[in-house]
Design a protein around this ligand. Structure first.
Ligand code: PEP
Length: 252
């Protein structure tokens, strides 16, 4: 049985006081949600305070990125996974399409960051997804397959227990265009088959695959009804406690 994960990516929104306020509003709204892991990813500057204020609750905290190194050193502007763990993070989002598109993240850097996150005892939410032109050209499957093969290269079967894959078609992020449940299921099935080839059937059966791209309270149930959809990575609709709580408390 794969336990669903509902994760909120707050991107570069919210001052510290606003992040704390949203987290504290969310807490009672999802206090009874034991059917899924609940994760929020505030900006770096809010991580420690939000993690402290959520301590003992069922909401875990993720960073939106991390460095590829855990050794302290001359890496101006970077934050090591071990430092994220130190301030209360349990997860790191890695390879989000905004990082790939705007900040030049590559499959190689995703791979290095993923390994660094795992070695700091974080779970890694590794994002993959095709652009609209790639989908229209019929190459969505091969694009995602390459991202997975390179991004997860060298990870052991044990490592894979702490990997969560997020399928986020770039054309659906922040656009209001959601993949249809059928499109999501088709790609999630393909992702599971790809993982089976590299890490075996048992790993593929257990790995959680989240869908991301304009998930809202009114489409979560339909997406979650798909066999291979194990949760959601939510951007815009995670910024308000009420709407994120509705997504967490979705009804099958
Ligand atoms: C995201 O940021 O990962 C995302 C899926 O955003 P949105 O839900 O706003 O499309």
């Amino acid at each position: 049985m794969r336990k669903p994960v509902i994760a909120g990516n707050w991107k570069m929104y919210k001052l510290l006081s606003e992040a704390v306020d949203t987290a504290l509003r969310l807490k009672p709204l999802v206090a009874n949600a034991n059917h899924c892991e609940i994760v929020i990813a505030p900006v770096f500057t809010a991580l420690k305070t939000v993690a402290d204020r959520l301590e003992g609750s069922n909401i875990k905290v993720a960073s939106q990125d991390c460095a590829a190194q855990n050794e302290f050193g001359a890496h101006t502007g970077e934050v090591a996974p071990v430092m994220l763990k130190d301030v209360g993070c349990s997860y790191a989002i890695i390879g989000h399409s905004e990082r790939r598109q705007i900040y030049g993240e590559t499959d190689a850097s995703v791979n290095a960051k993923t390994k660094a996150a795992l070695s700091a005892d974080l779970k890694a939410i590794v994002c993959v997804g095709e652009h609209l032109s790639e989908r229209e050209a019929g190459s969505a499957n091969s694009v995602v397959e390459t991202q997975l093969n390179k991004g997860l290269e060298g990870l052991t079967v044990d490592d894979m227990e702490r990997i969560i894959i997020a399928y986020e078609p770039v054309w659906a992020i922040g656009t209001g265009k959601t993949a249809t449940p059928e499109q999501a299921q088709e790609m999630h099935g393909h992702i599971r088959q790809t993982v089976a080839k590299t890490h075996g059937d048992a790993v593929a059966k257990d790995v959680r695959i989240l869908y991301g791209g304009s998930v809202k309270p009114d489409n979560i149930a339909e997406l979650m009804s798909q066999e291979d959809v194990d949760g959601a990575l939510v951007g815009g609709a995670s910024l308000e406690a009420d709407s994120f709580a509705k997504i967490v408390n979705f009804e099958k």
